[in-house]
Design a binder for this molecule. Structure first.
Ligand SMILES: [Zn+2]
Length: 102
């Protein structure tokens, strides 16, 4: 099984829907951190994205995993309140920073 398939099947790919605004976030739980992935912007907060996706124009496996989960209709969004949006972004940004500074 590929890394992408196992991420999708193990439920590592998560879609969050914030209500009532309808804002969405996608995350992929990796080995030691959770990545903020946005398939609409083609963005991911992982190291691979910064160091290879931008230069090779090849999406990282998180982006591919989210895309695959979306295509397969296997991404049921978790509903959260708008009040949790900022907290969620801060937590993800903190994870991303610790990855990049490693
Ligand atoms: Zn990534």
């Amino acid at each position: 099984m590929s890394r992408i398939e196992s991420a999708v099947q193990s439920g590592s790919v998560k879609a969050l829907l914030f209500l009532p605004s309808g804002r969405r976030l996608w995350t992929v739980v990796g080995k030691d951190s959770e990545y903020w992935t946005d398939p609409e912007l083609g963005f991911c907060s992982c190291k691979d994205f910064y160091f290879s996706a931008l230069t090779k124009d090849e999406p990282c496996y998180h982006l591919k995993s989210v895309q695959k989960a979306m295509d397969g209709g296997r991404l049921a969004p978790l509903e959260m309140s708008d009040g949790e949006y900022t907290q969620m972004l801060q937590a993800l940004a903190k994870d991303a920073a610790s990855q990049l500074l490693r």
